[in-house]
Design a binder for this molecule. Structure first.
Ligand code: COI
Length: 360
């Protein structure tokens, strides 16, 4: 069946069927075989991961009911974008960094790491096979969703030895509804973190996301676009900013410093976050990755914004505080400039001096 081309003017951040996705399977026991080969005992080299291929977009995945991912959420994912330039090239944004984070996430979740070059090959394969779904220049982007999960039947807790990598994609527009963006985002501040300290917050683990859905829904019912998690340190002290349900957060302080919470086991090392830090530093803005208290944001903040692959760079207009007060953030000045600079690089409109883009 041929998937229809969506209406480019009405994309939003929804899933659209495409022509093909990528599929590869791996077996950690064969990884041990590779190690044996190194010792000369005749195991098959390179058999850890099967060859991988593009398969029809409507082909369902099969999974054993006992697959580790279904009980124990032994799975990770990534999100990266490809974009069509005005002169017709297709550019991936920072795929090397996404490949690297995919590897780090796999290690954190005890999954078999997918080799860097294989990751690049898989995302390129998916973009090429679905070229007609990459929106025309300036009308949207093609979002790629690499997944890896444990597929071995496991009744006892564990990831098992067999793994699957899937990469699919979809054309996307803005993550947020136009109403939420019109006056900047309103975030509901929550007095707890998204992921427990010591947990998997540094990885893009499947299990980091569903627990927050109820928080996001409640926030939306109260007129907020999303939530802003804070961490109250175990030894006491003021709440520290963390992240939203799907983005990092920044505050531009009146002192001139641009601050974002340091990444650790509760804050994801966002790739848009890293790009914004690089651009701002290049513009002479002092940047800092450090603890940021809610009090500092309220008393010393000039501007707040969020960053993420799906979110891009989005200004925060208001923080709905736990005690019912609403803090109005300063007007967006830096965020729109950062967004424009980043979007210009991603779309090929400006020269990429950082080597962030890769032509498909
Ligand atoms: C992304 O920004 O790509 C993510 O994976 C976050 C998700 C909530 C859409």
């Amino acid at each position: 069946m041929t998937a229809p081309i969506p209406n480019w003017d009405n994309l939003g951040f929804g899933h659209h069927a495409t022509d093909a996705y990528y599929l590869a399977e791996g077996d950690a026991n064969l990884a041990q075989g590779d190690a044996c080969l190194a010792q000369g005992n005749g195991a098959v080299a390179g058999a850890t991961w099967g060859p991988g291929e593009a398969v029809a977009g409507d082909r369902p995945l099969s999974l054993a009911p006992a697959a580790a991912v279904l009980s124990y959420a032994c799975g990770i994912f990534e999100g990266l974008k490809a974009e069509r330039t005005s002169d017709g090239r297709l550019l991936l944004f920072r795929p090397h960094d996404h490949a690297e984070r995919f590897r780090r996430s796999a290690e954190r979740l005890q999954l078999l790491p997918f080799p860097h070059e294989r990751f690049l090959d898989a995302v390129r394969t998916v973009v090429r096979a679905n070229e007609r779904f990459v929106p025309p220049a300036g009308r949207g982007t093609f979002y790629l969703r690499p997944l890896e999960h444990g597929i071995a039947p496991m009744l006892g807790l564990g990831t098992g030895s067999r793994y699957r990598v899937v990469v699919y994609g979809s054309p996307v527009g803005d993550y947020h509804a136009p109403q939420a963006l019109e006056h900047g985002l309103r975030l509901k501040v929550l007095p707890f973190s998204r992921v427990a300290p010591g947990g998997t917050g540094a990885a893009k683990a499947m299990g980091n996301y569903p627990g927050g859905l109820v928080h996001k829904q409640q926030a939306q019912q109260q007129g907020c676009a999303d939530v802003l998690y804070t961490l109250v340190p175990s030894g006491g002290g003021p709440p520290l900013l963390q992240e939203t349900s799907g983005s990092n957060v920044f505050c531009w302080l009146r002192s001139g410093a641009l601050v974002t919470p340091a990444t650790d086991d509760t804050v994801l090392a966002g790739i848009t976050r890293a790009s914004v830090l690089t651009l701002a530093a290049e513009w002479g803005i002092p940047v800092a990755e450090q603890a940021l208290t809610l009090d500092e944001v309220i008393t010393e903040g000039a501007e707040c914004f969020c960053t993420g692959t799906a979110w891009t760079v989005r200004s925060v207009a208001e923080l709905a505080l736990a005690d019912g007060r609403v803090h109005r953030c300063g007007p967006p000045t830096l965020a729109p400039k950062l967004r424009a600079a980043l979007r210009a690089i991603q779309s090929g409109a400006e020269a990429d001096r950082w080597g962030w883009t890769l032509s498909v």
